[in-house]
Design a protein around this ligand. Structure first.
Ligand SMILES: [Zn+2]
Length: 106
């Protein structure tokens, strides 16, 4: 196993964005320097934008489900049913899959 590294996680409600850092556990000075570097490069701003985007997509999918009672699967267009899955990766945030579609490609 490689050394344990810090992770920077921004979270709001049920949405979060995580960035793996290069600094290893215990290197406080290195961590401060890396955070400063991320700030200078605009990486932190990018994380915040990703999080905002993700959060609003999740909120929207929640609203859609509420209005349609169960909603519609984003993959097959069928009814979601009660055992649907909400995807929350950065690229697919808010996508809802029925139980059949969510188990298909693993
Ligand atoms: Zn489906």
């Amino acid at each position: 196993m490689s050394a344990t590294r810090y992770r920077l996680k921004l979270e709001v409600a049920n949405a979060n964005v995580t960035l793996k850092l290069k600094t290893v556990l215990g290197d406080v000075k290195g961590l401060q320097e890396e955070l400063t570097l991320l700030q200078e490069r605009g990486s932190i701003k990018k994380m915040i934008e990703q999080l905002d985007d993700k959060y609003s997509k999740l909120q929207r999918s929640k609203m859609v489900r509420h209005e349609n009672k169960y909603g519609i699967c984003d993959a097959c267009g069928g009814p979601l049913g009660k055992n649907y899955t909400t995807i929350s990766t950065a690229t697919l945030a808010g996508v809802c899959l029925c139980s059949e579609c969510s188990t298909e490609d693993e």
